[in-house]
Write a protein that binds this ligand. Structure first.
Ligand code: THU
Length: 130
């Protein structure tokens, strides 16, 4: 399935009664499979989860760990960018060269590599003396 279509399909199912801001994310893995996620908010606000986190959880639950491409969509004036925490979550399973495409429902799109979105990412090599 086309990644934008997959992201829009799940975006409408987001549970965002507090912010009113529904986000959809779709991940294509190295195998070609597509995993979808949406934000799921909670009355205890910090317990809410982002769309990207949901898509990553679906990917891992299906037994996959290699992200090839990411698409994030929301009904925003400009393409929505993953929050800092989600950039780090994507980096756990994606190389610096992986493209993250951000879009809105009007069809405006921007693409950046993960390396551009998260320069200087924390990684396991930094723990080598631990
Ligand atoms: N949100 C996402 O799900 N992904 C993003 O990339 C940006 C923000 C969600 C979190 C919260 O439910 C709502 O959007 C407003 O911040």
């Amino acid at each position: 399935m086309d990644l934008r279509t997959a992201a829009i399909e799940v975006q409408v199912r987001a549970y965002a009664p507090y912010s009113g801001f529904k986000v959809g994310a779709a991940i294509r893995t190295a195998s070609g499979a597509v995993y979808q996620g949406c934000n799921v908010e909670n009355v205890a606000y910090p317990e809410g989860t982002c769309a990207e986190a949901g898509a990553i959880a679906a990917m891992v639950a299906a037994g996959e760990t290699k992200i090839a491409k990411v698409y994030v969509v929301a009904d925003s004036p400009v393409p929505v960018t993953p929050c800092g925490g989600c950039r780090q979550k994507i980096a756990e399973f994606a190389g610096r060269d992986v493209t993250v495409t951000m879009g809105n429902l009007d069809g405006v799109e921007t693409s950046l590599t993960l390396g551009d979105l998260l320069p200087g990412a924390f990684d396991a090599a930094q723990m080598d003396r631990a």
